[in-house]
Design a protein around this ligand. Structure first.
Ligand SMILES: O=P(O)(O)OC[C@H]1O[C@H](OP(=O)(O)OP(=O)(O)O)[C@H](O)[C@@H]1O
Ligand SMILES: O=C(O)c1cc(=O)[nH]c(=O)[nH]1
Length: 213
């Protein structure tokens, strides 16, 4: 198990190694929030690398054992949080559930799949935080079910002011394994991004909402 203090740079390095991080300044990506961005981090690719997904699951499990030992359910956000929630729940021998972005339109019309019952303490697992909108919505669904979201844990955060404020306002602790600061540090140190791209990413980061407009 890697030391917890080394996790942010280690995960950032792994994400760069498997090319989960893509830069496309000329044709910005559209994020789920509608933000246009020169960078996209596809953490779903970690599923395809057993060693990396295991590092992620170990780190999440260590945080939960240490800081949320009374967690009773591990809940993944649909879709990208689901596999990681499953691996963490397996490591901790805890029940797992997942939370859809909207209730299913047929069948049982569930928003939450699997069991989250009144009074239970739940840790929500997400792959990535931009504005925090998706994972806060999932944590609110936990509250509506009468349960308590102890925290959202995610692999990566862009550390956008909007996301940080949204978690503060929702009163939900957020912890991430890696983040934009670590990604930029590692990418520069490893020579994965050019100085010119770094400057562009820095200016985008200062005002993400108006990029590409
Ligand atoms: O913090 P936010 O602004 O909400 O953005 C992050 C969310 O966006 C992505 O999901 P996406 O909507 O692409 O769906 P997916 O998980 O099904 O791929 C990602 O997996 C997070 O859930
Ligand atoms: O905000 C998003 O939609 C988003 C950004 C990103 O870098 N990666 C991702 O999967 N989603």
């Amino acid at each position: 198990m890697i030391e917890l203090t080394k996790i942010p740079n280690h995960i950032a390095s792994q994400l760069l190694k498997i090319k989960a991080v893509a830069l496309r300044p000329q044709q910005p990506f559209t994020w789920t929030s509608g933000i246009k961005s020169p960078i996209y981090c596809d953490n779903r690719l970690t599923m395809s690398y057993p060693e990396i997904r295991n590092d992620i699951a170990e780190a999440f499990a260590a945080i939960i054992r240490d800081q949320y030992p009374d967690a009773e359910v591990i809940a993944g956000t649909a879709t990208a949080g689901i596999p990681h929630a499953a691996w963490v729940a397996q490591k901790l021998n805890l029940p797992m559930a997942y939370i859809r972005d909207k209730a299913k339109g047929h069948g049982k019309e569930n928003l939450i799949e699997g069991l989250i019952t009144e009074g239970q303490k739940v840790v929500v697992i997400e792959d990535l935080i931009s504005t925090g909108g998706s994972s806060i919505k999932a944590a609110e669904a936990v509250r509506v079910a009468g349960a308590t979201p102890l925290a959202v844990l995610a692999i990566f955060s862009y550390q956008l002011d909007k996301g940080i404020q949204a978690f503060e306002e929702a009163g939900i602790p957020l912890q991430t394994l890696s983040n934009y600061t670590a990604l930029m540090d590692v990418a520069l140190a490893e020579g994965t991004i050019q100085e010119s791209d770094f400057e562009l990413l820095k200016s985008w980061r200062e005002d993400p909402s108006s990029f590409g407009k």
